[in-house]
Design a protein around this ligand. Structure first.
Ligand code: LR7
Ligand code: MN
Length: 580
C-alpha cells in the first residue's frame, strides 16, 4: 500500500469469498489481449461463470459509501506525517525543468503515498467539538487542467479518507481538457476500480477555464452542499463536519476552510495557524490580512467561524441551491482570476456571509506559476484584467474608479455583456459597494476619500513625481521618483491622510536613517509615519524634521530627506487633488 505506483493489480478473486458485494469487470489489458477476444471494451460486465483467465479480468468490490475502505497507512514511506521529501542526486536530475513546467516538485510528490498521513493542524478545542449526526451531504468538486497524477489522486484520497462516509455524497473531478495522457482513460479506470460510484470523472466539452469548469462540476453535483477544492490539496482530519454544521445552521453562509500550506519545493505540510482573513488590493488581486480586532471580537471562541471580507477562491463550500440562487459564477469570466472577489462581494452585498472556519483545515500547494496557458478568447493575455473589469462594472459602483487607477489601460475596453449579472443585483435587491466597504470591510483604505490630498505628487521645479517604480507593496519598498506620467499611474498615486500619513494603499512613508524613504505597513500609532504638508509646499517628516528633496536626483532614484529650507524649489510638492 505504500507504493505510489498506482497501477497495481487489485487482489484476485478469492473463490471462497462471498460474492454478493463483488462484481466482475472484464478488463482486457491491451498488451495481453488474446486473439480469441471478440470484444476489447475495457470494462464490459460479464457473469462470473463466463469469465476468462484470471489475469485478464479484474474482480473488485462494488464500491460505494458503505464499502469504500481506507487503505492502510504506510509507516516508513517518504512524506508521512506531512514531512518534506528529499530527492537523491539521481532523482534531482533535471529537476529544474520539472519545476519550470509544473511549478512544484512533482518528483517529490511522486515519492509520497497517495494517502499519506498529515499532522492534525486543528486547534485543540476543535478536537472535542461534537457535531450533529444529521448534517447535510456534500459533493466535492475538483477541477483540473494539466494537473498531475499524484497530487490529484492525493487530493481525492484525502477527501475520501477524512470525510465521514455518511456526509460525503460524491467527489466530482472535472478535467478541463488536460494535455496529460495519464489523466485520460487511466484516470477513469483507476477511479472506477478504486472508488466506484464515489468519484465521478467529467470531461469538459471544451476548455472552460477554472471558473466555468467549477460551474460545470457544481451543476452535476447532487449533494446538499457543494465544496470546491483545487486539484493539489490535502483535506485534513475533521475538515468537513464544521463546514456542514455551519451551513446547516446558516444556509446563506459561504465558507472557506483554513488553508494550510504544502511546500512546492518538498511537499512538506505546514500549519498556517488561525491568523488571517481575506482582503483585496484595488488592483483587484486577493490579499491576506491579519484578522482585524473588530472581527476577533465577534467570536465567542477562537474556533468559531468568523467573517472575512473576501476569499482566495479555491477552497470553499456553500449550500448548493443557495450558491446558484445568488448567481453561481459569472460564466463569461475566462480561465483564471476575478471570480473569487466577485463571489465574495456578491455574497456579502446580497445578504449572505462569507466566513472562515478555523476547525476545517485543508492544505494547498502554492505554486509560483501555472502549468496551463492563461490565454482567453476574449481577455487574450489578460484574463484577470477583463474578468476583474466585469466584476468592477457590476459590483463596485463608483468605486470601480479605483480599479481603473491601476488599470487605466482598460478604460473603454470591451468587457462583454454584464446585463445578466446586473439582473442578479436587482433581483436580490443587493446592497451597494459603499455599504460593503462600510459594513464588511471598514479597514479598507480608500485612497481618495476622507484624506487631505491625493493623486500624483509632483515636484514644483521638475517633471519628477514620487513613484513606487512598480514595486509590489508587500513588505518594505523604497519610495522613489520618476518622470510624472500625465495619464496617471498607480505607481504615482499617494494620499496624505487625515492623520498625516503619506501613504499608498497599505504602505506608509518612513525613514530609518533620516535620509532615504521607504514604504512600510501603515500603523497609526507610529510617529515615524507622520508628515506635514506645509503651505510653502514642503513635505516635512515629523520625527526628523527634515524635508523631501529632489536636489541632485534623477528618475529612478530613491527620494531623500534634507534640511528644510523655505523657498527651495526642489523641496516643493503639489498633490494632484486637494480635498475641500
Ligand atoms: O483553465 C483552467 N482550468 C482549470 O480547471 C485553469 C485552472 N484549472 C484548475 C487548476 O488545475 C486547479 O485545480 O483550477 C484550479 C485552480 O487553479 P490554480 O491552482 O492554478 O489557481 P491558484 O491556486 O493559483 O489560484 C487561486 O485563485 C484562482 C483565481 O481564479 C482560483 O480561485 C483558484 O481556485 C485559487 N486557489 C486558491 O484559492 C487556493 C488557496 C490559495 C491561495 C491564495
Ligand atoms: Mn491552486
Amino acid at each position: 500500500f505504500c507504493s505510489v505506483k498506482t497501477s497495481g493489480k487489485p487482489a484476485a478473486l478469492d473463490p471462497n469469498e462471498p460474492q454478493n458485494t463483488a462484481i466482475a469487470i472484464y478488463k482486457f489489458n491491451k498488451t495481453t489481449k488474446t486473439k480469441s477476444s471478440k470484444n476489447n471494451s475495457p470494462s464490459e460486465l460479464i457473469t462470473l461463470n463466463e469469465r476468462p483467465k484470471a489475469d485478464s479480468i479484474v474482480i473488485r468490490k462494488r464500491i460505494n459509501r458503505e464499502t469504500y475502505t481506507i487503505p492502510e497507512q504506510c509507516k516508513d514511506c517518504p512524506g508521512e506525517n506531512g514531512g518534506g521529501v528529499s530527492l537523491t542526486a539521481n532523482e534531482s536530475k533535471d529537476l529544474d525543468a520539472v519545476m519550470k513546467k509544473e511549478f512544484f516538485n512533482l518528483r517529490a510528490s511522486d515519492k509520497i503515498s497517495l494517502w499519506r498521513s498529515i499532522p492534525d493542524t486543528r486547534h485543540e478545542l476543535c478536537k472535542i467539538v461534537k457535531y450533529p449526526d444529521d448534517l447535510p451531504s456534500a459533493s466535492v468538486v475538483i477541477v483540473f487542467k494539466n494537473e498531475r497524477w499524484s497530487p490529484v489522486l492525493r487530493t481525492v484520497y484525502s477527501v475520501l479518507n477524512r470525510s465521514p462516509k455518511k456526509f460525503l455524497k460524491e467527489v466530482i473531478l472535472v478535467d478541463d481538457q488536460s494535455d496529460i495522457e495519464e489523466m485520460g482513460q487511466k484516470l477513469d479506470d483507476y477511479c472506477e476500480e478504486h472508488f466506484g460510484e464515489l468519484v465521478r470523472v467529467l470531461r469538459a466539452p471544451s476548455r472552460l477555464g477554472l471558473i466555468k469548469a467549477k460551474s460545470y462540476g457544481a451543476k452535476h453535483a447532487t449533494g446538499d452542499v457543494v465544496v470546491f477544492l483545487d486539484a493539489h490539496c490535502e483535506a485534513n482530519t475533521g475538515w468537513l463536519e464544521p463546514i456542514l454544521a455551519r451551513i446547516k445552521e446558516k444556509r446563506s453562509a459561504v465558507l472557506c476552510p483554513s488553508i494550510d500550506s504544502i511546500s512546492d519545493q518538498n511537499m512538506a505540510y505546514g500549519n498556517s495557524g488561525l491568523g488571517s482573513v481575506g482582503g483585496f488590493w484595488w488592483s483587484l488581486h486577493f490579499q491576506w490580512i491579519p484578522i482585524p480586532k473588530r472581527i476577533r471580537d465577534t467570536q465567542k471562541s477562537k474556533i468559531d467561524p468568523y467573517p472575512s471580507p473576501t476569499m482566495a477562491g479555491g477552497l470553499l463550500a456553500a449550500n448548493r441551491e443557495y450558491f446558484f440562487e445568488i448567481g453561481g459564477y459569472d460564466e463569461d469570466m475566462e480561465v483564471w482570476g476575478g471570480e473569487n472577489l466577485e463571489l465574495s462581494f456578491r455574497t456579502w452585498m446580497c445578504g449572505g456571509s462569507l466566513e472562515f472556519v478555523p476547525c476545517s483545515r485543508v492544505g494547498h500547494i502554492y505554486r509560483p506559476g501555472h502549468p496551463y496557458n492563461m490565454t482567453g478568447a476574449k481577455g487574450k493575455d489578460d484574463v484577470h484584467g477583463r474578468n476583474s473589469m466585469r466584476l468592477a462594472e457590476v459590483w463596485m459602483d463608483e468605486y470601480k474608479r479605483l480599479y481603473y487607477v491601476h488599470r487605466g489601460d482598460l478604460k473603454g475596453k470591451d468587457y462583454g455583456d454584464v446585463e445578466d449579472r446586473r439582473a442578479i443585483r436587482t433581483r436580490l435587491n443587493c446592497h451597494s459597494f459603499k455599504w460593503y466597504l462600510e459594513n464588511v470591510f471598514p479597514e479598507k483604505f480608500i485612497p481618495d476619500e476622507n484624506v487631505l490630498a491625493y493623486g500624483e505628487v509632483k515636484n514644483s521645479n521638475s517633471h519628477l513625481c514620487l513613484d513606487t517604480l512598480g514595486k509590489d507593496e508587500k513588505g518594505t519598498i523604497p519610495l522613489s521618483i520618476y518622470s510624472c506620467q500625465s495619464t496617471g499611474s498607480a505607481n504615482q498615486y499617494l494620499s496624505l491622510t487625515k492623520d498625516y500619513q503619506l501613504r499608498r494603499e497599505d504602505g506608509c512613508a518612513v525613514t530609518s536613517d533620516s535620509i532615504s524613504i521607504v514604504l512600510i505597513n501603515c500603523n497609526h500609532s507610529d510617529h515615524n509615519q507622520t508628515w506635514t504638508h506645509a503651505n510653502n509646499g514642503t513635505l516635512v517628516h515629523h520625527t526628523s524634521n527634515l524635508c523631501l528633496d529632489v536636489e541632485g536626483l534623477s528618475s529612478n532614484d530613491q527620494i531623500k530627506l534634507k534640511k528644510c529650507e523655505p523657498n527651495k524649489l526642489s523641496q516643493q510638492w503639489l498633490f494632484k487633488h486637494y480635498s475641500k
